[in-house]
Design a protein around this ligand. Sequence first.
Ligand code: HEM
Length: 395
Amino acid sequence: MTTQSIDLFSNEFHQNPYHYYQTIRPHHSFAKVNFVSGGQSSWMAFTYETAEAVLKDDRFIKDMRTVFPNDITNENLPPIAQSMLFADPPNHRRLRSLVQSGFTPKKIESFRERIKEIAEEQAELMSKKDTIEFIEDYAFPIPIRVICELIGVPVEDQEKFQRWSHAIVDIGDAEQYEQIMSEFIQYLDQLIQQKKEFPKNDLLSDLIKAEEQGDRLTTKELHGIIMLMIVAGHETTVNLISNGLLALLTHPSQLELLKKEPSLYKQAVEEILRYNGPVEFSTDRWANEDFLFEGQQVKKGDHVIVSLASAGHDPNVFANADEFQIKREQSPHLAFGKGIHYCLGAPLARLEGEVALQTLFEKFPDVRLATDLKYLQWRESFIIRGLKSFPVWLK
Ligand code: HEM
């Protein structure tokens, strides 16, 4: 076995990760990878079949407390690491079941009109300008406003969430991170107190009821769930909307198809998720025993991640995998993961993507790039695939 090198923190990798996957995937479905700048070595799955197998295999677990009982305790884990995304059954089931009923496709579909209103308001705000910064002016505010409304965060506080959410995803300076987290928790405690006194029809009020029933949810877990929703709601869908606009603007024939046949928006969103989805890698998994996987010796405590982006471009599953084709019929992409951690917010994200893009093209049919493609820069984030900035002409 040879260890592959990948500089996940480099600009070069983020400018075109699909090129890297094309070269590595035919030779390595599951390989030990050395993250150059991070100095860490991990297993990574590159083919669709292996990616799916890792996500469904319960020997790869999520809770670090099980794998490293002497090093990791409740006290030294941040709240988000105690959320469902980092839990295994039966704990995972308990945490997920507390919020699951709020995210069924039927329940989410009932927000369609409200999401449309929010998208139209954002479009109206931009309509006085000729050029806009698409992420800041449109792609970002829509999911923030939607998730904050669902949770029950007052409108006037929604901007603060942007800073907190970025801090959780792009971990920079440790001291600054601690300070931002403590501000966030302090704010959450105040909000929880308010909801206890004046419960409303929102997710946070429902969760507080569960917390008050005692054994169902601890305060730290409650913080963890809210943080996870905030991060998931802020950092992902924004890039579904903006990566989607970019894919459509750079594939004019596909955009024409969509304009002629608006019923294709749903399928277009699936293709955007596959072609250039917002989540590049799965979150961390850990081997919970020594075993042979794909002929390779995995050891207890080994770190494992899945390249969802590489799986989505696997030619064994997707014909002409590197082409953007909104009419693709079979698209079992892994952009929302697979198995028990399959994205809880998938119906919401899909609906937001569909409504945001459709509203944009209805209001501004001539929207186009306001810079040369070569100047667009991708964020050097470990998990998220999204542009740093995206200037567009509206008219
Ligand atoms: C989990 C992707 C939007 C909530 C996940 C996972 C992926 C993902 C890949 C699984 C990670 C893993 O197994 O390691 C996405 C994408 C989105 C999106 C691509 C947007 C296009 C959202 C939204 C919410 C959300 C809007 C809002 C509630 C969650 C939660 C989990 C999750 C709670 C954890 C589920 C569990 O552990 O059981 N998401 N997500 N996501 N996502 Fe999303």
